[in-house]
Structure formats: structure tokens, C-alpha cells
Ligand binder design. Structure first.
Ligand code: PHB
Length: 396
């Protein structure tokens, strides 16, 4: 080959090698306009379907307010309906991570499904943002640099209600929940706060998830006659419990309390059966901040729906990712800087500003709320800047 040809074989090989080299450098793919891949693994069917929808809406609203991009990159979504089914969780998470090669896995609602996601992302190292599921282990014994949560641990909103009730002179409480991680951890959290403040849990009642066969349990509660009942339920299960409680004649006789999931996002569906129910949660109606007002307005305008705690958690997952991606200009391969920015982020949330704990879980105010009409009206702060104890987390 003549050496004065502009592109001989040797030159070609050299150039090809150089291009391959550049292509393997961090940042090459997105610099060429590749979209960032976001996996949304959430329930879109079953008792938690409304929760999955609200989280998705909230996340997409935050992204839309950021010009529809993350760190300057366009987005491609990969969506999986996880059905709140723990048996399918690792397969579903693996499909997103291995087949779709998502850059970020956002999900989920159900604590049992979350445990499957945690297993997969601890192995793959994929960035994971959990916008609801309260499984303590995700930011406890199984905490990891790539696992972040924008919601709560199941312990977090339940623990403060223990002191609230004990301070009112309530001494004997029966608990009722679904027998799975979230329910059990919420009851543990409540019990810890309640016994510390002098109360006694006289009976723990359970039914399998997602059963709503409450009748025999309500009969048992009526015969025990406790001072109050503390529950963990959410979504469709919450609606059914609130209605059955009234139908069983317990409303007004025995106080019904819970983590605020019981009454969040369900008030249109339960009529007046929820009136007066008090709960503790990291969000509520009537938070008079400019951020909350703007969020509620934009959400209602965009989706023709009122936002709830799940919408807020999804929105905050978007805000957290926006903060991280901004710091690395869209280059997810710069993991150290990405995670450091997410750890440092001060999230200007509709719930109030919050920061990340060392275990990657929000440190946040827990509000005492009361159902008044169609609102979970904030009555006060039950516990200021509450951090989960993050038992067993060795990070940070
Ligand atoms: C959970 O399974 O962790 C869970 C589900 C629904 C909620 C809260 C927690 O509203």
C-alpha cells in the first residue's frame, strides 16, 4: 500500500483502536447523545397499584420541571409491574439490570419486593433509589453505597405514635396488620415507642398480605376492649379496613390509629368513615410552604389528581437523582462523585427540607395528622428530624 494514501490499513487499524479506546472511556456514550436508562419497578396492579401510579407521576413531574432531562441527558424509561409479588422480585429486577441495562433502578412499594431489588443491586452495583418500601434492612444491615431511599423506614412514622398515645393516658393497645415485613416492622416501631413511654401492647393481630378478611379480627378486638388500636395498612387494604371498622360499630368506641399510610390517598374512596382518624407520617395536608403549594398545584394541573405522600416520595426521588446527575454532568460512571452529591443533597421537598442519613435514609419531621373532611390535616410535629436507627448498617 502506498504510504501517501490518506487512509492505509495500518492507519485504519490505529484509528479504529483509538476510537474503541475513546468509546470505552467513561462518558463517551452519553457524550454521543445516548439516553439515560431509568428502570421503574413498581406495582401497577393489586392493592398497591395507586401507590405505584402516584410515585411514577411524582418522579416524572420532577424530571419535567427539570426540562425533561437528567444531567443534560434525555431519558428512556423501562417500566415493570412488580405486582407487589416478592416471588417475582429478583427476576423482575434482573430483567431491568441485565436485559435492559438500566443506569438507575427506581422502585418499589412493597418491602418484600424491595428485598429482591436490594439483593440484585448489591450484586450488580446498579444505582438504586427506593421511593417507598420501608424495609429496614435496605438502609440497615444491607445498606450499600449504591442504595438510597427517599421515603422512610417502616419504623420511622410508627415509632412517634407510641409516645403520642401514652402521653394521652392510653395504656392498653391492640395492634393489627398484614403479616409481612412492613407490617411487622411498623408494629415493632410503634411498640418500641409505646412501651418506652409506659404503654403495653396486649395483643398483636395479623392477617396474610393482601387479605382484607377483617371481620373475625374486628370481633376479637371488640371483645378485648383495648384503649386503642394501632394498625399498618395502605392502599386498597386501608380503604377496606376503614369501612369495615365503621360497619362493625367500632368507630367512636375504640380509637383507631396508625402509620399515616392508612389514610393517605384513600379519603375519596372511604366517604366519612375516616373522619377523625389520627396518624403519624412525614407528609400531610396543609403544609403551608411555597414549595408544597407549587408542587400541589403543578401535580393537580398535570395529572388531574390530588397528590399524596407517594407522589411526594416519587417527586423527591426525581429531585435526588437530578442533584446527583447535575454534579457528574450526566456521567453515571463517575459513581464516587455521583453518590457523594446524593449524600450531600438537601432535598427541598413538599414535605419540608430533608437530608440523607449516613445509611441513605431521610432524616425528617414526622407529623401528627387528623382526618378532617377530605384532608389529612397536620396538627403538629410528633417527632422533629427523626432518623432511623439504621441498626446493622456498617457504612458511613
Ligand atoms: C412496604 O411494604 O414497605 C409499604 C407498603 C405500602 C406503604 C408503606 C410501606 O404505604
Amino acid at each position: 500500500m502506498s504510504k501517501d494514501l490518506p487512509f492505509d490499513r495500518r492507519e485504519f487499524l490505529k484509528t479504529a483502536a483509538a476510537v474503541a479506546g475513546v468509546a470505552s472511556l467513561p462518558g463517551f456514550a452519553f457524550a454521543q447523545g445516548a439516553k439515560i436508562k431509568i428502570g421503574l419497578m413498581l406495582p401497577y396492579t393489586g392493592t398497591y397499584s395507586q401507590l405505584g401510579v402516584a410515585i411514577t407521576n411524582g418522579f416524572k413531574l420532577a424530571v419535567a420541571e427539570n426540562g425533561g432531562k437528567l444531567g443534560g441527558r434525555d431519558i428512556e424509561y423501562f417500566t415493570v409491574d412488580d405486582e407487589s409479588n416478592p416471588a417475582k422480585a429478583t427476576d423482575n429486577a434482573n430483567a431491568l439490570v441485565t436485559r435492559d441495562k438500566v443506569d438507575v433502578l427506581v422502585g418499589t412499594v412493597h418491602s418484600g419486593v424491595e428485598m429482591g431489588i436490594v439483593k440484585v443491586v448489591r450484586e450488580s452495583g446498579t444505582l438504586h433509589i427506593n421511593p417507598n418500601a420501608g424495609a429496614g434492612a435496605a438502609t440497615g444491615a444491607l445498606c450499600a453505597p449504591n442504595i438510597f431511599r427517599t421515603s422512610f423506614t417502616n419504623w420511622q412514622p410508627a415509632y412517634p405514635m407510641g409516645k403520642v398515645l401514652a402521653d394521652r393516658g392510653i395504656k392498653k393497645v391492640v395492634t393489627l396488620t398484614w403479616k409481612y415485613g412492613a407490617g411487622e416492622e411498623a408494629i415493632q416501631g410503634f411498640k418500641e415507642g409505646f412501651t418506652k413511654a409506659g404503654g403495653t401492647v396486649v395483643k398483636e393481630l395479623y392477617l396474610p398480605f393482601p387479605s382484607v378478611e377483617f371481620q373475625p379480627l374486628l370481633t376479637e378486638i371488640a371483645s378485648i376492649k383495648p384503649d386503642a388500636v394501632f394498625v399498618f395498612f395502605a392502599g386498597g387494604g386501608g380503604v377496606k379496613l376503614i369501612k369495615d371498622w365503621q360497619a362493625a360499630g367500632l368507630k367512636g368506641k375504640i380509637g383507631l390509629y396508625g402509620s399515616g399510610f392508612l389514610t393517605d390517598g384513600v379519603l375519596d374512596a372511604v366517604g366519612d368513615a375516616a373522619e377523625g382518624i389520627e396518624t403519624t407520617l412525614h407528609y400531610g395536608d396543609g403544609i403551608e410552604t411555597p414549595k408544597n403549594k407549587t408542587f400541589r398545584l403543578n401535580y393537580a394541573k398535570t395529572y388531574k389528581l390530588q397528590p399524596d405522600v407517594y407522589a411526594v416520595q416519587g417527586y423527591d426521588a426525581g429531585l435526588l437523582l437530578i442533584a446527583g446527575m447535575k454534579a457528574v454532568k450526566g456521567d453515571v460512571s463517575r459513581k464516587k462523585e455521583l453518590y457523594a452529591a446524593m449524600e450531600k443533597a438537601k432535598i427541598d421537598s413538599p414535605r419540608g427540607t430533608w437530608t440523607m442519613s449516613k445509611a441513605h435514609n431521610p432524616i425528617q419531621d414526622i407529623y401528627l395528622r387528623k382526618v378532617v373532611g377530605k384532608e389529612n390535616k397536620v396538627m403538629g410535629v410528633a417527632h422533629k428530624a427523626l432518623a432511623d436507627p439504621a441498626r446493622g448498617c456498617k457504612m458511613g
